[in-house]
Structures are given as C-alpha cells and as structure tokens.
Design a protein around this ligand. Structure first.
Ligand code: NFE
Ligand code: MG
Length: 566
C-alpha cells in the first residue's frame, strides 16, 4: 500500500517548503510541493515611485540579494525605453557574476553536499590516501595530506565533544551514502574552504555595490558607483585590482575544487544521473549584456521543450516578445483568489488561505507556465540552451566534464545524463566556471572603457504622463527571474515578480500538471521511509528558495501549519 511521507520543513534551503510524497514499493509515485509562507512585496509596491522599486524588491530574499534589484531596474528601464551606459552594464555584470559565484559555492557545499557526503564516515579516511585521491582530480594546493589530517582531527574533536554544530542532524550512515571514506574527508575539507571563498566573492560585491548583502549602488538608468581612477572615494584602480585579485582566487577554487568535486561525486553516485529529470521543458534568459540596450549577451537564453535540444528557440534580448507573450501564472492549486491564469501585467496577488488539500489548493506559490507548459529553470536550463545553440564556452566545458565523469565512473556519461538530479549540480558547477571567466572578462571591459576616458555611470530617467508597461529579466542563480511593472503617471500601478523558485517549486495547475520539483521526485528510490534522504537530494538539486518563490509574510506572522517532524 502506498505510504505518505511529509517532509516539513525541508532544511538547508531559504524559506519554508513542505514536500509530501507517496511511496510504493520503495519508489516515489506522487509528490506535492507546498510553499508554506506568504510575504507581501508585490502588494506594497503599488502607488510607489518606480525608481524605489529595486530597494523593496531586493528584500524579497536574503540569499539572492542582488537579483531582484537587477531585474527591477531592468523592468523600469524597459518601460521607459531607457538604455544604460556601458560602465553601468559592466559594473552590474560583475556584481551579477560574483553573486552567482558566491551563491553556487554556498549551494553545493553548505546547502547540499551533506546529502552525499557522510561527515562521520570521513573519520575512517586515511589522510595520505585522501591526498592521492584529491591530487588525481585536481591541482589545488589545499589537497595535502597535512591539511586532510588537520581536518580529520577537527571532525574527530567535534564528534568527541558531542556537538556536531553545522554537521548535526544529518542522515549519517544512511545506506544511500556510498562515497568511500577518503572522498568524504576530501569533501569535508573543501566544505570548510568553501566558507572562505564564498566570502571573497561577497567582499568583491561589497566593494562594487557599497554593501552586501543587499547592494546599494543601483539606479534606474545605471549605477551610482562613482568611477574615477584618481580619487580615493570613487571606484579607482586600487579597488579594481583588489576586486580582480578576489575574483581570481574564487575562480581558482571553482575550477580546481568545486567543479572536480561535483564530477567525482557524480561519478561515484552514477545512478543519480538517471533519477530526477522531471520536467524536461527548459527556460533560461540571456544575461551579461555587452551593449547599452541589452541586445547582445555573454550568456544565452531560450526555451527547449520535451528535452529535445533541436527545439531550441532563443530570446533576442531585453523586451523580447516571445518571452513577454507566453508567460501566465496559474492559481488554481494556490492559496489565492480566483482560478484564472493571468499574464503578469494583469497579474493579481490576493491571498486566500484554505487548508492543505492535495486534491485542491495546497501552496502559497503560484504556478507559472510558458505557453501552457511547466518549465524547469536554473543553471541546467541555461547550460542546455547554450549546448543546443553551440555556445563554444558551454559546449567545451560540458563535454570536458562529461568525459571526466565518464572516465571516473567507468561508463560513458553522455549529455542525456544532464537531465537528472546530479545533472543539475554538474550544470551549476560548469556555469560557475564560465561565470568566473566572465566576471574577469567584464572587469577587463570596464577597465578598458575607463581607459578610453568614459566615466559615465547613469542616464537619468524621466517619467511621461500616462501608462507604460515594462518587464526586466535576469538569469539568477536559481534560474529565470522576471519583474513586470505597470506605471501610471510616474507611480507603480501593478508589479509582479515571476521568480525562479516559483517556476520550479510551483504546484500543479488547472490541468493538474505537476511542477518541476513534483515531477522530478517521481521514480526516485526511498531506501528508508523514516529517513527520506533521496527526497532531499532531488529537491536540494534545484536550490530551493521559498522566500523568493512566494515573495509575499503574513504581517501578523501567524503559524500556517504545524511542523511534522520525521
Ligand atoms: Ni531567494 Fe532567488 C535566485 C530569485 S529564487 S534565491 O536565484 O529570484 O528563485
Ligand atoms: Mg509573483
């Protein structure tokens, strides 16, 4: 008989997510993804000055702090047909890239590695053999037997103290944890180093953005980062070289640690390259614009349907009408008034909480659809779009990673394996490697532009009377983000955010079609129903953020459901 497992809350994510699964014969047969929080950002924006929207929307999330700011200024600029100076694009692009580097490192090591890495089993590792393993996959200077011995002693001291700290309450010793002790020790050592490298990326963002989290240097029409090579208070050459140094250090960690670790963990858990595909319609938007208007980009965007790379249809640039005309948000299974599917410009956000009903309404998340279809968003979507397009950087790195995984796994791992739980991790680490190069490329472009004597950072906006509509998109760490604004006489009339985790974590729609988390869980094995590690593996592979997905807190902070502990 089918058994119901409720995991509530899912931990090591941002926000409050409940996952229900039905398990039959040790396999998941049905799943429900329920966002358990409601915030109110779209609602409080009404009537405000569009130039302030980015400061409010950026507070949607404490993880992807920059992304709503970027999407917001792009939406207002699109409504006003306003370009931004090249310097502003480059400064924004460096922030976008550095933020993603921080975010992808934190996601892999801090939020998801412990689904694969058994910290307690690392105590059985031989530090010399660990160094041999690590040196066989990477040239990272931190991969010495001395370092691994220190980390092993540190973990031993933690275990002896009985206080595991950040390593408490995981599913240690679970039968699905198959890494050899040495791979576990290597990964624990890299987990600790990851803390330093994500901070370096954050530091570089703070130098550019004034503070972090939540940058302060955006403006509709550009940035407020004063550039002057000769002034201490402005972005000068000293600060630019400091940023370059930090970015190079982070790039080293990504290429020599993060990417090889994901390849190794993937090869050692190869059956997880076949679980978790779920929705194989993919959506990504182009990003890192190379011109003032947002027509050419360093990262590709488009749609792919039914896993068929030949179906690729690209987005041309900011304002693309294929993007604008195909998105609707469904609320048939969400705790909002109405049943209608609405395009974002006409979008409504009127909360109406009823109980959790798996056959009716069961989530605070809306269900976005593209041309009526659920879409998977995230690094995998963007890497597949790039692969389908023949983007040289992406094809080269994807093929190299698949070849390395094949030789470690002893079986051919082809592009088909990307449609999976571990494929999402692999795509994210490849995207991080590409973004690290691109952060430095945009650093170079900025320096060359300054060298030509261009110090312009902003084209100030003017707001005509009457109504304007605009939308801005951004490929955030978790995928495609778009903000949609209707302006009337210089004030916000409507504002809707369609967010990566809304695409992925969203519930069923009016036609009962499940969202990506729900679809990806079906077919996953469950070895021990009391310890549903496999649910975490697949859900974490998307990097959930429910603060973003719902972007709406009940002001009274009321309890929405009782937490059911496993
Ligand atoms: Ni709150 Fe976010 C990202 C956005 S989530 S983390 O990336 O937008 O979907
Ligand atoms: Mg929304």
């Amino acid at each position: 008989m089918a058994k119901r497992i409720i995991v509530d809350p899912i931990t090591r994510i941002e926000g409050h997510l409940r996952i229900d699964v039905e398990v039959d014969n040790q396999k998941i047969t049905k799943a429900w993804s329920s966002a358990q929080m409601w915030r109110g950002i779209e609602v409080i924006l009404k009537g405000r000055d569009p130039r302030d929207a980015w400061l409010f929307t950026q507070r949607i999330c404490g993880v992807c702090t920059t992304v709503h700011a970027i999407a917001s200024v792009r939406a207002v600029e699109n409504a006003l047909n306003l370009e931004v100076p090249l310097n502003a694009q480059y400064v924004r692009n460096m922030i976008v890239a550095l933020h993603a580097l921080h975010d992808h490192i934190v996601h892999f090591y801090i939020l998801s590695a412990l689904d694969w890495v058994d910290v307690v089993a690392a105590l059985k590792a031989d530090p010399v053999k660990t160094a041999q393993l690590a040196q066989s996959i990477s040239n990272w200077p931190g991969n010495s037997s001395k370092r691994f011995k220190q980390v092993k002693d540190k973990v031993q001291a933690l275990v002896d103290s009985g206080q595991l700290g950040p390593f408490a309450n995981a599913y240690w010793g679970h039968p699905a944890m198959v890494l050899p002790p040495e791979a576990n020790l290597m990964a624990v050592s890299h987990y600790l180093e990851a803390l330093d490298y994500q901070r370096k990326a954050d530091q570089a963002i703070a130098i550019l953005g004034g503070k972090n989290p939540h940058i302060q240097n955006l403006a509709v029409g550009g940035v407020t980062t004063a550039i002057n090579p000769n002034r201490d208070i402005a972005l000068n050459m000293d600060k630019l070289y400091w940023i370059k140094q930090l970015t190079e250090e982070v790039r080293g960690f990504i290429k020599e640690v993060y990417l090889p670790d994901v390849i190794a963990i993937g090869a050692l858990n190869k059956e997880w390259l076949s679980y978790g595909a779920g929705v194989t319609n993919y959506l990504a938007v182009p990003d890192l614009p190379l011109d003032s208007a947002g027509k050419t980009f360093d990262l590709p965007g488009g749609t792919i349907f039914a896993g068929d790379l030949g179906s690729l249809k690209e987005f041309a640039g900011f304002g693309d009408d294929y993007f604008r005309d195909n998105i609707k948000e469904h609320v048939a299974r969400s705790w909002y008034e109405g049943e209608d599917e609405l395009p974002p410009f006409q979008g409504k956000t009127v909360p109406q909480y009823t109980d959790f009903n798996p056959d009716g309404k069961y989530s605070w998340s809306k269900a976005p659809r593209f041309n009526g279809q659920p879409m998977q968003v995230g690094p995998l979507a963007q890497m597949l779009v790039g692969y389908a397009k023949g983007d040289q950087r992406i094809v080269a790195l994807v093929d190299e990673a698949l070849n390395r995984a094949s030789s470690l796994a002893g079986v051919k791992v082809g592009p088909q394996a990307l449609h999976s739980t571990l494929g999402r991790h692999l795509a994210r680490s490849i995207r991080a490697a590409i973004l690290a190069d691109l952060a430095l490329k945009h650093w170079q472009l900025l320096v060359e532009n300054i060298d030509r004597g261009d110090l312009t950072i902003m084209y100030p906006p003017t707001f005509p009377a009457g109504e304007q509509q605009g939308f801005g998109f951004h490929e955030a760490p978790r995928g495609t983000l778009s903000h949609w604004i209707v302006i009337e006489n210089g004030r916000i009339k409507n504002y809707q955010c369609v967010v990566p985790s809304t695409w992925n974590a969203g519930p069923r729609d009016a036609k009962d079609i499940p969202g990506p988390y729900e679809a990806s869980l079906v077919g996953n094995p469950i070895a021990e129903p009391q310890k549903p590690l496999e649910v975490l593996r697949t859900v974490h592979s998307f990097d959930p953020c429910i603060a973003c997905a719902v972007h709406l807190l009940r002001p009274e902070g009321g309890e929405l459901s009782t937490v059911k502990v496993l």
